[in-house]
Design a protein around this ligand. Sequence first.
Ligand SMILES: *[C@@H]1O[C@H](CO)[C@@H](O)[C@H](O)[C@H]1NC(C)=O
Ligand SMILES: CC(=O)N[C@H]1CO[C@H](CO)[C@@H](O)[C@@H]1O
Length: 455
Amino acid sequence: MFFSTLATLTQLALLFSRTGVEAAASHRRQTLAVPATLPGQWTSRGCYTDSTSNRALAGLSQSNGAMTIENCINFCASNSYVYAGVEFSKECYCGNQLISSTQAASTDCNMACAGDSTEPCGGPARLNLFLNGNTPPAKPSAPSSVGDWKSIGCWTDAPGARTMPFSPSVAQPMTIKKCTDACFAAGYSLSGVEFADECYCGNEFDQTANLDLTGSGCNQPCNGDPTQLCGGANRLNVYEYKSIAPPKIKLPPFSLQFWFPQGCIADSTSSRQLSNLVPVNGIFTVENCLQACNNADFPLAGLEFGNQCFCGRSLTSTPVYTDGCNTPCSGFSAENCGGSARLQVYQNLLAAPAPTQKSTIGTWKSQGCYTDNVSARTLTKSISVNGDMTEEACTTACFNAGYQYAGVEFSKECYCDNSIQNGSASTTTGCDMACTGNSFELCGGANHLNVFKRS
Ligand SMILES: *[C@@H]1O[C@H](CO)[C@@H](O)[C@H](O)[C@H]1NC(C)=O
Ligand SMILES: CC(=O)N[C@H]1CO[C@H](CO)[C@@H](O)[C@@H]1O
């Protein structure tokens, strides 16, 4: 039984392989030729590459069992296209530009037309291309506005995570206006056209969306208006309705709800107000910078120059509030991300920033944290200050009293001297109390001093 089955299978395999050989042979015998006479002024341009994910001819198309070169040319001509292309036996594509396509070997276009077995109708991912003799019109572009909608650029999209959630029903062929009209009617303030004939609407973008900065992915003319761009493969030309507040990206997650703006302050490249420059995941927006600082457990975030995200536990110097935080975020132009030498600061009001010792206060330089001992003081002159204690208040009091050293202790004490006394040692622990007068500043701890020395 086993052997007879095997024998049968072997015979079948031989039979199939012989059939395959004969089919290939008959295929070779078949001579495919472009008709000598084509409709109107149309001429054959040869065999060209195509791709299912980015069509070489992005206008109208059709596919049917009666496809011939003449049928395709007549279809494209009646729809005012300059290019026609037949592919994979029965497909016909029209367009006014050849997109990301190059000439291929003529032997690649070796499939007979479904409607005429003597004519070549391209091949897999190969077009027989025809031109009507006219100069192709100017390349399509994205108009800066369409009615009350203005262009906000070319954005990425993905089938698994749509940049905009709603796909309205729009009568083909697609134009930008048909899509903005459909989005307006459905109550949305953002409208995007994709892949020549798709329309999407939303009020905010998904967080996975990215601005295609070069715009090169938005390269397909609308199938209903060859002068306009309608996105591309996984690319949207997006329009925003003018009279509605700027679009926002998807609402920030719960973890960002306690972050609040703290104003615009002057910053400088030589002395950063927030010392940690961090990378941002996804597009560069305010929200994604806050998220980066939040994830790293920083209570302060600052945006600068449109594309820099800084995090910190405290500002390095007293902030000077100013204007100039008006540079659009590089990832999302509807939001501002600081400016040139301008830091737009946000704070997580739930996370109390850890206080730190200033590195300098005028001519005073930080000496770090020292141990102290009530019966053998590190700095032996106790001094009182006006108002609540801060590092500045103590250094000022010691300066006025003529001392070279100043130290703050136990959140509210100030000591001065001209040198470190009684063999006190520098330490990295024990200075952990904020000053009573400034919660961002360290004022020593129990039996520990933050020491400054004047130069
Ligand atoms: C503090 O100073 C006194 C006097 O020198 C000394 O006896 C004592 O051990 C010191 N205490 C500490 C914790 O160093
Ligand atoms: C306990 C002790 O040694 N105290 C000394 C700390 O330093 C001051 C100033 O040098 C001395 O006067 C104390 O005797």
